[in-house]
Design a protein around this ligand. Structure first.
Ligand SMILES: C[S@@+](CC[C@H](N)C(=O)[O-])C[C@H]1O[C@@H](n2cnc3c(N)ncnc32)[C@H](O)[C@@H]1O
Length: 173
């Protein structure tokens, strides 16, 4: 039986469809893995940020700049914001009128499928790979979103979870 003919797009086809230059800082959608543990997850999130037109906000921990440099497999610099004190940074985001969305397995969470695309500046907060979003930051969230799971694992990889939510908020899914 013959299926439909599939022609996989070549790198040249893809380049024609993409932006010729990286997006400048639109600063409308910002993903914030504020308690990172594994550098590789920051690299994965950078790729998603480029794909959806988002920025990455990270604390300046000693190992983070090098992890970002190693993880940025794109050929141009990514849009990175440095936070300083994480809780104060989150407070400032709220003060400037941003919506702060926490990605977390929480009783109050809305399901990813019910999360509307972002209509104003939105900050997406991700939790620590082992302990989640700390209590002092949970108080600063406007809403939490959970990605439904039916498998045996307790949670998703943090970069996968963040990427799914970014796609949804960017209106690309
Ligand atoms: C490995 S999980 C943390 C595990 C768990 N919160 C804990 O305290 O043991 C790391 C982060 O990934 C995100 N995450 C992973 N799976 C998720 C899911 N199904 N829905 C929403 N967020 C998820 C959250 O940001 C979470 O804080």
């Amino acid at each position: 039986m013959n299926g439909p003919q599939v022609r996989v797009r070549t790198p040249k086809d893809l380049r024609r469809d993409r932006r010729p230059h990286p997006h400048s800082c639109w600063d409308q959608l910002v993903v914030a893995p504020l308690w990172p543990l594994h550098g590789v997850n920051l690299g994965t999130l950078l790729r998603t940020c480029d794909a959806v037109g988002a920025c990455l906000a990270v604390p300046r921990l000693p190992w983070v700049p090098e992890a970002l440099e190693r993880g940025n497999t794109l050929r141009h610099p990514a849009c990175v914001h440095w936070t300083g004190n994480r809780v104060r940074w989150l407070e400032r985001q709220r003060d400037r009128g941003s919506t702060v969305v926490g990605v977390e397995l929480a009783e109050e969470s809305v399901r990813l499928g019910d999360l509307p695309a972002a209509r104003r500046r939105t900050v997406v907060v991700l939790g620590h790979e082992q302990t989640g979003i700390p209590p002092e930051a949970l108080d600063l969230l406007d809403v939490t979103v959970e990605i439904p799971m039916v498998g045996t694992g307790a949670s998703l990889n943090v970069a996968v979870a963040g990427s799914l939510v970014l796609y949804r908020l960017a209106g690309l899914l």
